[in-house]
Design a protein. Structure first.
Length: 352
């Protein structure tokens, strides 16, 4: 990714388009949404709301054609600086073959804000267009009320000057519960479980000269494991192409939302069969949102990771603040990145 294209940093006057190319919001979410709008407007941002933002039918905000048409309209509009879906969903994959990537080669790149099914579109933009794309807290988590530094820092990281860098550290605690903002529109996260990033495979254990001090460096690519498993080694997530284009090794980050341990095992094996791990130099994994069974005779998430990832011969860092067990780091696909367990977990990203 020598020719990675970074969207312009956000600033007062930046225009953010609001559209749901996966799941939309319901009427009971509107009170929370008004707080989100107030927060965006406090930065001086201008918001433009599409027709696909509110509503839900057949597991999506609208038909695939409507969602793709609206997303393409915003992507082609160079007055738009960022695109913000409310959150992820299930069927963003439907819009991929309906996007005209050739037309998009002539427009300026835009940030698309969020994680989960949003990463389905983001990795395609990185793979096909060399755009730097984003994995971060979702729009509906952005109210300004949160006490969580990672969520609170999302907007400020998007304002990082071109060529600049930003630093994030591991959260102090996390939670498997989301804020109930239907009952209380200004609800914040309640974190009650201590966070601990940990090596499954330490770089120093591999005697790799490139990672002598239990630090991994490279360019990031990744997102929601549940959706990206279908895209690996296709034109929408062509790791071989990205690896050839990159001036440094690739770091693949992933997070599990719903896959049970046996399904995750099959997914990892499928990735091995496709040669996915041959294209990356390290793995960074989020906490699993799928709760393990109480049956001691059943595989657990970490047992699957140990069984199938330890033999790969690359560093593997686990339980990082990525994905469906909040809070969330802001991660930039394409950014030059340095990750270590300094200060219990540190990630530095440089936007060049």
């Amino acid at each position: 990714m020598k020719d990675i294209q970074y969207p312009a940093p956000l600033k007062a006057g930046s225009k953010i388009a609001l559209t749901a190319f996966s799941s939309g919001i319901a009427p009971e979410h509107l009170a929370r949404f008004r707080l989100v709008l107030d927060y965006l407007h406090s930065f001086g941002f201008i918001t433009v709301q599409g027709e696909c933002f509110v509503g839900q039918q057949k597991q999506a905000s609208a038909s695939a054609e409507q969602r793709a048409h609206e997303l393409m309209g915003f992507l082609l509009d160079d007055s738009i600086d960022a695109i913000a879906p409310p959150w992820g969903g299930e069927l963003a994959m439907e819009v991929l073959p309906l996007l005209d990537f050739e037309k998009l080669r002539s427009v300026k790149p835009k940030w698309i804000i969020g994680f989960s099914d949003i990463s389905t579109v983001n990795v395609a933009l990185t793979s096909k267009l060399n755009w730097a794309t984003l994995h971060c807290s979702n729009l509906m988590d952005q109210t300004g009320f949160t006490k969580d530094p990672l969520t609170q820092g999302t907007i400020s990281h998007l304002m990082t000057p071109s060529g600049g860098e930003f630093v994030q550290h591991a959260s102090q605690a996390h939670s498997h519960q989301w804020a109930n903002f239907v009952a209380n529109p200004s609800a914040d996260f309640e974190f009650d479980k201590p966070t601990k990033w940990q090596w499954l495979v330490k770089p120093s254990e591999l005697n790799q000269q490139s990672y002598p001090d239990d630090v991994i460096e490279g360019r990031l690519i990744g997102g929601c494991w549940d959706t990206l498993r279908y895209l690996f080694m296709t034109p929408y997530l062509d790791l071989e192409k990205l690896n050839v284009q990159s001036d440094v090794p690739l770091i693949l980050y992933l997070e599990n939302a719903e896959m049970l341990p046996v399904e995750l095992a099959r997914t990892i094996l499928s990735m091995k069969f496709k040669g996915v791990f041959d294209q990356v130099s390290a793995l960074v994994l989020g906490r699993s949102a799928c709760i393990d069974s109480d049956n001691s005779n059943m595989l657990t998430y970490h047992e699957v990771l140990k069984r199938h990832l330890t033999p790969l011969g690359i560093p593997v860092l686990t339980d990082v603040d990525i994905g469906h067990v909040p809070p969330n780091l802001t991660l930039v696909n394409g950014a030059y990145t340095r990750i270590s367990l300094a200060n219990k977990g540190e990630i530095i990203q440089r936007l060049n």
